[in-house]
Design a binder for this molecule. Structure first.
Ligand SMILES: [Zn+2]
Ligand SMILES: [Zn+2]
Length: 227
């Protein structure tokens, strides 16, 4: 597994399974947070790196969504350390198999019941910041997909809201995307937050993504009209 420090408080851990798969470790005064849990074979590497950081034990896991390549290491990690796992409340019934992900034929039982708990709302109807990370609902790739914004580092951990190649924003994988039109609409979060840097699960870093957003949306709108 390849580890890279991507900002003052955030490390990205990467493996390959046909495509790159990233998870992120975020250091904060409220303790260590893992964002997304990758695939099962990543669990040892993740825990090893948590120990190596010497910044205290893992305190929580935040999920961008419940697809199998984002929750795979949960079971092993939780057998070692009991930490709370959070996802958007819209996403939880899909990842537990009570609802079928849109455009899929069968229910997916990606996360056992009673493991994930809903991200809490704040008094303005947004989602509460946890350990320096503010979640924003960005549906489309999946119904309850969220991104996490680290304000201090101006870093957006964007999960599967996009993929990326050579520093450019690309669409999330069409085959696994519930509603591409909605996903493109959700990409406007980048304009709202103007992060200095954006990380995706399947791809490399994108600097100042807001600068490319107009082009991305135009390209995607054309693509969606052609369909
Ligand atoms: Zn996904
Ligand atoms: Zn994915």
């Amino acid at each position: 597994m390849k580890v890279k420090k991507v900002s003052d408080h955030i490390w990205s851990l990467k493996t390959w399974m046909i495509i790159p798969i990233h998870v992120w470790i975020v250091v904060d005064k409220e303790g260590l947070t893992l964002v997304d849990a990758g695939i099962p074979m990543m669990s040892n590497g993740i825990m090893k790196y948590v120990n190596q950081l010497e910044a205290g034990p893992l305190q929580r896991i935040l999920l961008t969504h419940g697809h199998s390549d984002h929750v795979g290491a949960l079971k092993n990690i939780l057998s070692e350390t009991k930490v709370p796992v959070y996802a958007h409340q819209i996403e939880i019934p899909y990842m537990e198999g009570d609802l079928i992900y849109p455009r899929r034929k069968k229910a997916e039982y990606n996360v056992a019941k009673q493991i994930a708990q809903p991200l809490q709302e704040d008094e303005h109807g947004g989602l509460q910041t946890i350990a320096g990370l503010t979640p924003f609902l960005t549906p489309g790739h999946s119904p309850g997909h969220v991104v996490y914004y680290h304000e201090q580092d101006q870093m957006l951990l964007a999960g599967d809201l996009f993929t990326s190649k050579n520093g450019k924003l690309h669409q999330p994988m069409p085959m696994f995307t519930a509603d591409m039109t909605e996903a493109v609409r959700s990409s406007s979060i980048v304009k709202q937050l103007k992060p200095k840097r954006l990380e995706v699960c399947h791809g490399n870093s994108v600097l100042n993504p807001a600068d490319q957003l107009k082009d991305y949306i135009q390209k995607m709108e054309k693509k969606l009209l052609e369909k």
